[in-house]
Design a protein around this ligand. Structure first.
Ligand SMILES: Cc1cc2nc3c(=O)[nH]c(=O)nc-3n(C[C@H](O)[C@H](O)[C@H](O)COP(=O)(O)OP(=O)(O)OC[C@H]3O[C@@H](n4cnc5c(N)ncnc54)[C@H](O)[C@@H]3O)c2cc1C
Length: 399
């Protein structure tokens, strides 16, 4: 009987894990049954969810899985039965099934947590998942049909991390298109830190501050949200911001399935993994992408919840899960290079290299690079077996 690798999730990490496992089995001419379970056979391009036309930001995966011999099951995993090496999953018709595995690759991603602050779950929007980003997009369009007032014209973005910045700096242009060039629109980023991007390099902070000033995006610093309601935001210091559009971007947590494995997890719920991406204490379970807390080098850096890390983590996890069944040496996960490319709306973009974020490109040059990353580099390979396997090699050139 063929041995089985089961992959939970078809995001960046899950897709590449499946391809990488299939590649290694193909290379050693030893068949392994590789199955991916996820709600849809499509890659949802989350890094672009601050853009317009969010429903189009998906790429089909079934043709790619077909040519590479990967089985796809449409459904949701609800329980990890670690002792019996099975998962319980629910298909699209609501039927529950059990599926066994020899190796499990958990690649179920992350989600923003809007429960942290009173009223945010009911009254705030987010751009974390396709469905919620589509609701936000429709809401923004609908503002055009609402009576003109300060609250209609004001958008409050809670959190000045990368997601908050990309969303906020995109908004002046989007609001102009929706409400007209003469509307007195206001975009405010509420950030509890002392300055925009307090954790980043001074160079990067300067660029963000310049772009924000250019586009008229305001930053409210040392500001913590106390509650959100239908009229807007109340801060901990009592200040209120009247707004019909509050966008929540902070508090991203690893997918809840991680809590079903008895293993150490970090603050964001990510499972600690060894250099082969096996969950600590569970040699037959690999964690990858946003659910993995993985060292990227020997200098103390760890993978972030980014697509850049998820892609490579996925390739290593899939390769190593297959290697353990084929009795070949696994590859230690290493990702020394870290870059950021941040969209800054109509101002352009900024591209940095290194964990110390040295600014290498800004404005139009960086924007060109950003577009090539988000509309080409991170998309799935073509549905061609040899080409897909070549790219799925963990040591294939990447950023
Ligand atoms: C608005 C936004 C902007 C971002 N910008 C950037 C950026 O500029 N650069 C960057 O590098 N990263 C960016 N990111 C982060 C990046 O999108 C994530 O790090 C990346 O998607 C993680 O990949 P993943 O495969 O681990 O998870 P995901 O891409 O989230 O995929 C998870 C998969 O698991 C499936 N799944 C979840 N639960 C279950 C279950 N119970 N059963 C079965 N399947 C399940 C999902 O349906 C999905 O298929 C951004 C994210 C957001 C939301």
């Amino acid at each position: 009987m063929r041995e089985k690798i089961l992959i939970v999730g078809a995001g960046f990490a899950g897709m590449w894990a499946a391809l990488s496992a299939a590649r290694l089995a193909d290379k050693h001419q030893q068949p392994i049954e590789i199955t991916v379970i996820a709600p849809q056979p499509e890659l949802r391009v989350r890094p672009r969810f601050y853009e317009n036309h969010v429903q189009t930001l998906v790429a089909p995966l079934q043709p790619l899985f077909d040519v590479t011999g990967i089985t796809f099951l449409s459904g949701t995993v609800t329980q990890l039965l670690v002792q019996s090496k099975e998962v319980s999953w629910t298909d699209t018709e609501g039927k529950t099934h059990l599926l066994g595995y020899d190796r499990l690759v958990l690649a179920s991603g992350s989600q923003v947590n809007r429960e942290r602050v009173a009223g945010a779950a009911q009254h705030a929007f987010d751009l974390d998942q396709l469905e919620s980003a589509a609701v936000l997009e429709q809401h923004l369009k609908d503002l055009a049909h609402k009576p003109e007032c300060e609250a209609r014209n004001t958008v409050v973005v809670c959190g000045g991390g990368f997601t908050g910045i990309e969303m906020a700096l995109e908004l002046p242009g989007r609001l102009r298109d929706i409400l007209g060039a003469d509307a007195k629109t206001r975009v405010v980023v509420v950030e509890r830190g002392t300055q925009p991007g307090a954790r980043w390099s001074q160079e990067l902070r300067d660029v963000i501050a310049e772009a924000s000033a250019d586009l008229g995006v305001e930053w409210l610093m040392n500001a913590e949200v106390e509650s959100v309601d239908a009229s807007g935001v109340t801060l901990k210091n009592g200040q209120t911001l009247a707004s019909q559009t509050v966008i929540w971007t902070v508090g991203v947590q690893a997918n809840r399935l991680t809590a079903q494995i008895d293993a150490p997890r970090d603050r964001q719920g990510r499972l600690h993994v060894n250099e082969h991406l096996q969950v600590v204490g569970h040699d037959d379970i690999y964690a990858t992408g946003d659910v993995a807390y993985a060292a990227t080098d020997d200098k103390g850096n760890h993978a972030l919840m980014t697509c850049q890390h998820a892609i490579l983590l996925g390739k290593f996890a899939g390769n190593n899960a297959a290697a353990s069944l084929l009795n070949v040496e696994p590859f230690p996960y290493r990702q020394e290079m870290y870059v950021t490319c941040l969209d800054l709306g109509a101002w352009g973009a900024v591209y940095t290299e290194g964990w110390d974020q040295q600014v290498k490109l800004t404005r139009a040059e960086a924007k060109k690079l950003k577009l090539s990353i988000t509309s080409e580099l991170i998309y799935p390979p073509k549905a061609e077996r040899a080409a897909a396997f070549e790219m799925a090699d963990p040591y294939a050139p990447f950023v």
